[in-house]
Design a protein around this ligand. Structure first.
Ligand SMILES: [Zn+2]
Length: 301
């Protein structure tokens, strides 16, 4: 298998989920062995070259609710959905030119990227793909959260991911994926999610400033006070939130019954891409998250 890049430049724009900052972004073809490089076009050049950070595990600087990379003092946050899309599409090399510090959240999934890029196909390059393989099992456990990820030797990639938030709305969801299944239709459309009772705390922590029910599924697990709901509406400039008894805020319809579980697998694929290549291993994850995902990517590197 050879390395691949994009056949042309793709443009996206919109607000970042956490910062609420508006960004224009171009995903561009790149030469062999580039990997995925984020270039901040709004920052001054450093030592004669554009300000950039490579999407590699040692550059992970923050994992609170999204993955941030920082290289040479240059940061870009919420890189995981785009990295997942590029991985699902089999793209080895890309320059991502962006004029702000957070990748636009778009509809909360990887579908807009995949819809745009897949129809044009990708361009094969002259060098072989960089595969990341393991010769023995790697396991990482977070005793605090009970999360774990196991990577076992295998001839091809398989991913099994289970989520369990102790939620009566979403329950326990186990999702399996391997490259014989269509990433574009099975995984890419699945949107990010959070629980309504966490939104207030996340806003206080300076997160989800760009969030709304068009870019995230908001799970209503237990009622919140009218006061808090009105406050959330005001901060998010979102005056018409509709609270259901238990289910999804504003009765947003799911794209898959296990959309949340599938989204966590989408995230996992994106975060693991930070290992610097395409993984050839059997991956099993229980309650994955950006912190544990990126730690494993670092171990793989
Ligand atoms: Zn996500």
């Amino acid at each position: 298998m050879k390395q691949h890049t994009l056949s042309k430049i793709y443009s996206f724009e919109g607000k970042g989920l956490h910062t609420g900052l508006y960004a224009h972004m171009q995903i561009c073809p790149a030469p062999v062995d580039t990997g995925v490089r984020f270039i901040r076009t709004d920052l001054p050049k450093i030592g004669g070259h554009e300000a950039y950070a490579d999407a590699i595990a040692e550059n992970v600087s923050k994992t609170a609710r999204s993955t941030t990379i920082t290289g040479h003092g240059v940061s870009v946050s919420t890189v995981e959905h785009l990295l997942s899309a590029l991985t699902g599409l089999g793209i080895d090399n890309a320059y991502v030119r962006i004029d702000n510090r957070e990748v636009p959240i778009l509809d909360g999934s990887a579908k807009p990227y995949v819809d745009a890029i897949a129809k044009d196909g990708t361009v094969e390059q002259e060098k072989d793909r960089k595969w990341i393989e393991v010769d023995k099992t790697i396991e990482y456990v977070n005793p605090k959260t009970g999360s774990w990820i196991k990577i076992e030797p295998a001839d091809s990639l398989t991913v099994t991911s289970t989520i369990d938030f102790n939620s009566k709305v979403i329950g326990v969801q186990t999702v399996e994926w391997d490259p014989s299944k269509d990433y574009a239709s099975e995984i890419a459309p699945c949107r990010t999610f959070c629980f309504l009772h966490e939104v207030f705390g996340m806003l206080l922590a300076g997160l989800v400033k760009g969030g709304n029910v068009n870019n995230a599924l908001v799970i209503v697990e237990k009622p919140i006070s009218r006061f808090k709901l009105r406050l959330i509406e005001r901060v998010l400039k979102h005056p018409d939130l509709e609270v259901t008894e238990a289910g999804y805020l504003s009765n947003v319809e799911l794209r898959f019954p296990d959309e949340c579980g599938r989204h966590k697998l989408l995230d996992l694929l994106g975060d693991l891409r930070l290992c610097g290549g395409f993984l050839k291993a059997k991956v099993t994850a229980y309650k994955p998250g950006h912190s544990i995902n990126t730690k494993v990517a670092q171990m793989l590197k």
